[in-house]
Design a protein around this ligand. Structure first.
Ligand code: NA7
Length: 526
């Protein structure tokens, strides 16, 4: 919004949520935290704010992130352009007038307006996924999804069941285990998670970071995942067994899942033996931490280490508490809900006051599929994506002129704030160009070509061809939703790779977009 206003365009943000925050508005379950380090989980475009707005811990927790986002909105006086509690119902391209006809539902009232440019920032993980379990509505206690948490839920001294142990589940379990009367984790598949290393930061530490933000930015831009640390170029096979063990141990002590995956070796996701080395190390840690051998068995994964890497503030340790138990759904699947709780196949009924669904999201394209978006000739985006989502650069789709997605399908997989900034910079460049054309009486639509979309998808597929992540059944490939077309939903070429691609697109006069006169826009920016 800030950038659009700077270009001089009348801009309006609509959001289904009741206030600022996006994913951090909805995901305010206990323990919700970003696992990018605080100093890189923020905007870099306002350098003064970057170097003065404080943070308290190595990682920012949800309340702190929300406060930061509200602060940014206030600082730049953006709220007056925002309309909350407003759902985007449909958007259709009016070819004749070259505008998007946008229809929204604000409380009970429908409103519509025209927009020359439609920018979607729908988020990757917004459409909550609930498990399909018989009798779910019979349960008389509280049911809540981590992605739609409610503030009035008090878990103290309650009997709590939780289904799901991905990022969200691991965070909730770690946070509430010591506060509830009992906690039972219903686990379909164990996950690997490493310590986060979270803790308070000192004023001195913040000063040091603030003084070297240019260097931080360079490191971030020179990396794949843009987490602010240097990724390793060392091959697993190039060091001895003893050194490997030491490297894993150092990473474990330092904390952070992405760091564990990428800062010790560069080939944990491409070399099976390397991957095996990492999982052996983590399995050993679980055996050391979890005292009860039966719980340790249930918590130990035999899968590849190829999901989104997780980190925690003492997850495995929580299972040493007497009030925390784990049900392995491979041994005893859930057969249904009752009025009092959950039934498993061994006939056991678990009674709960609260059941938490940490069961994930219909991710990436799932955020779009629930909206009726119609491009040229009335073709819906859903139809266009029926064999799996695609895009050009993760931000444009042929047949949908002047529609720009922020973190759409096939956008880079990396720390999101820097990716969002890079994407927005590029979208603004396109829009500035279109505006110049419009002012000169020329065509003011920007549309990706079909060839560019096909080429981008192929490139994204090639990038994961030998990547073990492809074998993990996760939302990253659409595998967590039954019936969803399987396929890569991200560009795995990294932040640096993406920036280079965008530079190349600029150099080639917006190659991949339908013939547009770009002369002036290009020369003014490159
Ligand atoms: P995830 O990572 O998709 O995790 C969902 C969890 O829920 C995972 O453990 C699933 O088990 C489990 N699940 C899903 N459906 C069921 C059913 N029907 N029965 C039992 N267990 C189930 O979602 P998160 O919210 O944790 O994290 C999403 C992203 O948010 C994360 O990657 C971060 O980027 C932020 P499974 O492993 O599929 O067997």
């Amino acid at each position: 919004m800030y950038r659009f206003l700077k270009v001089g365009l009348k801009t309006k943000v609509i959001d289904f949520a009741g206030d600022v925050g996006g994913t951090w508005y909805w995901n305010h379950y206990p323990g919700a935290m970003s696992d990018s380090e605080s100093y890189v989980y923020r905007f870099f475009w306002d350098k003064e704010d970057l170097q003065t707005y404080p943070w308290s811990h190595r990682y920012v927790k949800q309340p702190e992130i929300l406060a930061y986002l509200k602060h940014v909105v206030k600082r730049h006086n953006l709220r007056k352009h925002m309309q909350f509690n407003t759902e985007l119902v449909s958007a259709s391209w009016d070819e004749q007038r070259a505008v998007w006809r946008v229809e929204v539902k604000a409380l009970h009232e429908r409103q519509s307006f025209d927009a020359r440019y439609l920018v979607t920032a729908l988020g990757l993980l917004t459409s909550q996924k609930y498990p399909d379990i018989p009798g779910i509505s019979d349960f008389k206690g509280i049911k809540v999804h981590t992605g739609a948490w409610s503030d009035d839920i008090d878990l103290r001294d309650k009997q709590v069941g939780i289904i799901g142990n991905g990022s969200s589940g691991v965070q909730v379990i770690t946070e509430i285990a010591g506060k509830v009367k009992s906690l039972t984790s219903f686990q379909r598949r164990p996950q690997y998670t490493v310590p986060s290393g979270d803790g308070p930061v000192t004023e001195e530490y913040r000063k040091q970071i603030n003084a070297r933000y240019d260097e931080v930015e360079r490191t971030l831009k020179d990396s794949i995942f843009a987490f602010g640390y240097k990724e390793s170029t060392q091959l697993y096979d190039s060091v001895s067994e003893r050194e490997r063990e030491q490297i894993f141990e150092n990473l474990w002590q330092q904390g952070n899942g992405f760091r564990f995956l990428t800062a010790g070796f560069c080939d944990l996701l491409t070399n099976r033996a390397a991957n095996q080395g990492a999982v052996n190390f983590m399995r050993k840690k679980i055996r050391q931490i979890v005292k009860d051998p039966e719980k340790a068995r249930k918590l130990t994964s035999y899968d590849l280490y190829a999901n989104r890497p997780l980190c925690d503030g003492g997850y495995y340790e929580q299972f040493n508490r007497d009030n925390v138990d784990i049900v392995d759904l491979k041994d005893t699947p859930i057969t249904g809900f009752t009025e009092r709780g959950i039934l498993t196949s061994d006939g056991k009924e678990y009674e709960f006051d609260v059941v938490i669904f940490a069961t994930g999201f219909d991710a990436v394209d799932g955020s779009y599929n629930r909206i009726d978006i119609r491009g040229v000739g009335g073709r819906t985006l859903k139809e266009h994506w029926k064999d799996g989502p695609s895009s050009y650069l993760g931000l444009a789709v042929p047949g949908f002129p002047n529609l720009f997605m922020i973190t759409g399908p096939l956008a880079p997989f990396a720390n999101l704030p820097p990716i969002i900034e890079l994407t927005v910079d590029f979208i603004i460049l396109l829009v500035e160009h279109a505006e110049k054309n419009r002012q000169a009486g020329r065509r003011a639509t920007i549309e990706a070509t079909t060839e560019a979309e096909i080429g981008w998808k192929r490139r994204c597929e090639q990038l994961v061809e030998n990547n073990l992540m492809k074998e993990a059944e996760s939302w990253i490939f659409g595998a967590n939703i039954e019936g969803k077309p399987l396929g890569v939903r991200f560009y795995f070429g990294g932040f640096k790779g993406f920036e280079e691609v965008l530079d190349e697109v600029k150099r080639t006069r917006f190659g991949g977009f339908k013939a547009i006169d770009v002369e002036r826009a290009i020369h003014s920016r490159i």
